[in-house]
Design a protein around this ligand. Structure first.
Ligand code: NPW
Ligand code: ADP
Ligand code: K
Length: 520
C-alpha cells in the first residue's frame, strides 16, 4: 500500500462549506481533472486519517477499525493497514464484505497482507485504546438501521475515543442532526470539502475536533461547484476591523437607539446598551418604560428616557439614530405591544425612515410573529431569533427548526427579508450574500441576557460601519463571531474547560479585545 504523504496533510477548515451531495457529485470529476483515480483518492483519505490518528497514539496502541460496506469502509481498511505497518495492534471489524470496487480493493489488500476481518458485533473484544469509525460516510440514507445502530450505541456507551472518517456515523452531513443515533467522536477527519453539517445543529456534540484533508484536489473541486455556506474564522476580524482613525470623534462612531426595557426587564436594554458601547458605538440612548430609568442609568454612559407607549417623541430620537435595536426586554404587556403597533404604523407612513438599520430581537420578534405586518423597511431588518423565536415566526415547532437550521434561516430570510441570525450553537447568518456559520462560543453562553448582548454588539458595530467601509451583512457576521469569541475568552478566564456559570455581563471586558484584533 502506497503512503501518499504529500496529500495526507490536514489543514485548517477553509471558509468554503458544501452540502454532502456536492462533494459526492463532484469529487470524481475533480480527481479526474487533477489526474488521479478514485482508488488513489481513497488511499489519500486513509493516509490523511492515519496522520491524524498517529499523533494520538502511544507505541503499540490497540486500535479497532469498524468498517461499513461502502467507500467509507474502504478508507477504514487503508487506515488499518497503515496503523499495522507502524507497529500498532490493529483489528478490523466489519458489517459485511464491501460492495464498491475501491472499497473491495482496500479490503482485499488488507486480507492479502495477513489482516483479519471479524464480525462488527465483537469490536469490544479488542479492548481498543482508539476506535476508527469507518462505518458510514456521506452515503448515509435515513435513520440508522440494523447492526450499525447497535454498534453505534455500544460504542457510545463504552466511551472509548473515536476518530470518525469523513463524518461521525449517523450524523446527517448537511443538517448536523443525528439520524436516530450517531457516533460521539473525539475527532473527525473530513475529506475533499467540509460538509456544512459539521458546523451547526448537534455537530459540536458528535464531531469532536474537526480536521480537513483536501486530498490534493481542492483547486479542481472549487472550480466545479459554488460553496453552500461560509465558515467564519477569527482571522476575518483581523481583515475587517481596521483601527479607527487617530482623529476620530464620537460623531463618527454612530448613535444606537434601543427601544425596550419594560418594568422588570430593564436589565435587557442595559445589557444591550453596554454591549453596543463596548463594541465601539459613539453614543447609546435607551428608550424604556417610565420608572425603569434608574436601573438603566446605573450604567452612567447610557443616555436614558422613560416613554409611555406610542409617544411620537421617540421619532426625534430615531431621526438621529444610526441603528435601532428594538425588542430587548420589550415584554408582552400593553406597553410593549403598543410600541410594536406604533412602530409598524410609523414605518408604513415613513415617519420612521425605512432605510434605518433595525435589529429586531426578543419580544419584537414575538410581536412580528403575531402581527406579520406588510410594511416597507424590511430590507433593513436584522432579525436575531433563537430557535424558539424562529419557530414562532415560521409557525412550526422548535424541533422542526433544529432539524434543518439552514432551511429555517433561509425560509425566514425569504419570508421576512433583511438579514436573519439564527442563534444557538452553529449560529447562522443569512442574507443576500448567502449563509455564514459561526461554530464558536461555549455552552456556558446558554444563559439569560446573552442574546441581548449580541443584539447590542450587532447594533454597536453597525453604527460604525460607514467609517469602516463595512457592508451591513459583513458587519452582522463579524458581530456574531466576536460575541462567540468574547464568550469563549470570558469562560476561559474563569475556568478553562468550564461549561457553566458565565453571566452575560462577564463578556463585556472581552468585547474590546475582539473588536481590536490588530492592536495586540
Ligand atoms: N473512492 C471514493 O469514492 C472516495 C470516497 N470517500 C469516502 O467514501 C464515503 C462515501 O462512500 P459511499 O458513497 O460508498 O457511502 P458510505 O457512506 O460508505 O455508505 C454506503 C453504505 O452504507 C449503507 N447504508 C446507507 N444508509 C444506511 C443506514 N441508514 N443504515 C445502515 N446502512 C446504511 C448502504 O447500504 P445499502 O443501503 O446500499 O444497502 C451502503 O452500503 C465518503 O464519506 C468518504 O469517506 C473518500 O475515501 C474519498 C474517495
Ligand atoms: N451551546 C452554545 N454554544 C455557543 N453559543 C451559544 C450556546 N448557547 C447559547 N449560545 C449563544 O448565546 C446567545 C443566547 O441568546 P438567547 O437565547 O437569545 O438568550 P437571551 O434571550 O437569554 O438573551 C446566542 O447568541 C447563542 O448563539
Ligand atoms: K464515518
Amino acid at each position: 500500500m502506497t503512503h501518499d504523504g504529500q496529500h495526507a496533510q490536514t489543514m485548517s477548515i477553509p471558509q468554503q462549506l458544501y452540502r454532502p451531495e456536492q462533494v459526492r457529485e463532484h469529487e470524481a470529476e475533480a480527481a479526474a481533472r487533477a489526474g488521479i483515480d478514485m482508488w488513489t483518492l481513497m488511499q489519500r483519505a486513509g493516509a490523511a486519517a492515519w496522520s491524524v490518528l498517529s499523533d494520538k497514539l502511544a507505541p503499540g496502541a490497540r486500535i479497532a477499525v469498524l468498517c461499513g460496506t461502502g467507500n467509507n469502509g474502504g478508507d477504514g481498511y487503508i487506515v488499518a493497514a497503515l496503523a499495522r505497518e507502524a507497529g500498532h495492534i490493529v483489528r478490523v471489524f466489519a458489517l459485511a464484505e464491501p460492495k464498491t470496487t475501491d472499497a473491495r480493493r482496500a479490503w482485499s489488500e488488507w486480507l492479502e497482507r495477513g489482516g483479519d476481518v471479524e464480525p462488527l458485533a465483537d469490536w469490544a473484544d479488542a479492548e481498543p485504546d482508539w476506535v476508527v469509525d469507518a462505518l458510514l460516510g456521506t452515503g448515509l440514507q435515513q435513520t440508522l438501521r440494523g447492526e450499525i445502530c447497535d454498534c453505534v450505541e455500544s460504542l457510545n456507551e463504552a466511551k472509548v475515543p473515536v476518530l470518525a472518517l469523513d463524518i461521525p456515523t449517523g450524523l446527517h452531513a448537511d443538517t448536523g442532526q443525528p439520524l436516530g443515533d450517531a457516533v460521539r467522536a473525539r475527532a473527525t477527519v473530513t475529506f475533499v470539502g467540509v460538509k456544512r453539517g459539521l458546523t451547526t445543529g448537534q455537530a459540536a456534540a458528535y464531531c469532536g475536533h474537526v480536521h480537513f484533508a483536501d486530498l490534493g484536489i481542492q483547486r479542481e473541486f472549487r472550480l466545479l461547484t459554488e460553496p453552500s455556506a461560509w465558515y467564519l474564522q477569527p482571522t476575518l476580524l483581523q481583515h475587517s476591523l481596521v483601527p479607527r482613525a487617530a482623529t476620530a470623534h464620537k460623531g463618527d462612531a454612530g448613535h444606537v437607539v434601543i427601544l425596550g426595557g419594560a418594568a422588570g426587564m430593564a436589565g435587557a436594554v442595559r445589557l444591550a446598551g453596554t454591549a453596543a458601547l463596548r463594541a465601539g458605538a459613539g453614543k447609546v440612548t435607551i428608550l424604556c418604560e417610565p420608572g425603569q430609568e434608574v436601573i438603566v442609568g446605573q450604567q452612567p454612559e447610557l443616555m436614558v428616557r422613560g416613554l409611555e407607549a406610542g409617544r411620537d417623541e421617540a421619532l426625534s430620537y430615531l431621526e438621529h439614530a444610526s441603528v435601532l435595536i428594538f425588542g430587548p426586554g420589550l415584554g408582552q404587556r400593553a406597553w410593549g405591544r403598543d410600541w410594536w403597533d406604533w412602530y409598524c404604523a410609523r414605518l408604513q407612513s415613513s415617519d420612521i425612515d425605512p432605510e434605518l438599520t433595525t435589529v429586531l430581537d426578543a419580544d419584537a420578534l414575538n410581536a412580528l410573529a403575531q402581527a406579520r405586518p406588510d410594511i416597507s423597511g424590511r430590507a433593513r431588518w436584522i432579525l436575531t431569533p433563537h430557535p424558539g423565536e424562529a419557530a414562532r415566526l415560521l409557525e412550526c415547532e422548535t424541533q422542526d427548526v433544529e432539524k434543518n437550521r439552514w432551511l429555517a434561516a433561509q425560509t425566514l430570510q425569504e419570508q421576512f427579508g433583511g438579514i436573519v441570525v439564527l442563534k444557538g450553537r452553529g449560529s447562522l447568518i443569512c442574507g443576500q450574500e448567502g449563509i455564514a456559520v459561526c461554530d464558536r462560543g461555549t455552552p456556558a453562553m446558554a444563559t439569560a441576557g446573552m442574546g441581548d448582548v449580541l443584539a447590542g454588539m450587532i447594533g454597536g458595530l453597525l453604527a460604525q460601519r460607514h467609517g469602516m467601509a463595512l457592508a451591513t451583512e459583513a458587519g452582522v457576521r463579524l458581530a456574531v463571531l466576536a460575541h462567540a469569541l468574547a464568550g469563549e475568552s470570558a469562560m476561559q478566564e474563569k475556568c478553562p474547560e468550564g461549561t457553566r456559570g458565565l453571566m452575560a455581563s462577564d463578556i463585556f471586558d472581552w468585547i474590546p479585545y475582539w473588536m481590536n484584533p490588530n492592536d495586540r
